[in-house]
Design a protein around this ligand. Structure first.
Ligand code: 5RP
Length: 225
């Protein structure tokens, strides 16, 4: 999918930003377009404050002069904008391909509106083609892997480039769980996974998304429920 499609979606999201807003700022290549476009508007005089969902998004915001805040000082955000790895017809998401799902979910949950920016490659009928990321406490790796395998998932510990376990910004591990395109009841799976000891967070975002801005080379389509 072309980078242009991601950029179009990000452009549509930046148009939703108004002066004085507090914005949750996502992570990933689509969110990076959003950050760069937001930075351009800030350079033109827009006044916003952002809560970033990862250290790398925070770094980019700092480079671009976007004022950052946090959820202690700004517990309710006007809007959060982020990418997704998959979304279905009910606007349930899989997120966490970039490893930022925990902060992403906290920030999206703190926002009055959660806007997803995506290209058509992310749109699916049934979630699960993309392996579902689970952020876990390292001690729980084997018990959780067994439970997940029993549910039919193919489980892989995410590794960093040096071959060591990938560590999230909150210093946890990630299990990537390939269910196949078979997560027919995401809300149920979400509740089950959240109840397991050792799961810090999982990448299913159910009933959180207000709209998806779906970018293509021909423009942007807004998908709402
Ligand atoms: C990071 C995420 C990203 O939003 C997701 O991986 C999509 O990334 P991209 O915009 O690069 O396709 O959830 O944790």
């Amino acid at each position: 999918m072309s980078d242009e499609a991601k950029r179009s979606a990000a452009e549509a999201a930046v148009k939703l930003v108004q002066d004085g807003m507090s914005i949750g700022i996502g992570t990933g290549s689509t969110a990076e377009h959003f950050i760069r476009l937001l930075g351009a508007r800030v350079a033109d005089g827009l006044s916003v404050s952002g809560v970033p969902t990862s250290d790398r998004s925070a770094e980019l915001c700092n480079q671009l002069g976007i004022t950052l805040t946090n959820l202690d000082d700004t517990p309710v955000l006007d809007m959060a904008v982020d990418g997704a790895d998959e979304f279905d017809g009910a606007l349930n998401l899989i997120k966490g391909g970039g490893g930022a799902l925990l902060r992403e979910k906290i920030v999206a949950g703190a926002a009055k509106r959660f806007v997803v920016i995506a290209d058509a490659s992310k749109q699916v009928d049934v979630l699960g083609r993309f392996p579902l990321p689970l952020e876990i406490i390292s001690m729980a790796r084997q018990p959780l892997s067994r439970r997940l395998t029993d549910m039919g998932a193919d489980v892989t510990l995410r590794l960093a480039a040096d071959g060591a376990p990938f560590r999230t910004d909150e210093n946890h591990w990630i299990l990537d769980c390939a269910f196949g395109p078979t997560i027919a009841k995401p809300a149920e799976l979400s509740q089950t996974l959240s109840s397991w000891p050792g799961v810090v967070e999982h990448g299913l975002f159910c009933a959180m998304t207000e709209r998806v801005l779906l970018g293509s080379n021909d423009g942007v389509r807004t998908i709402t429920l």
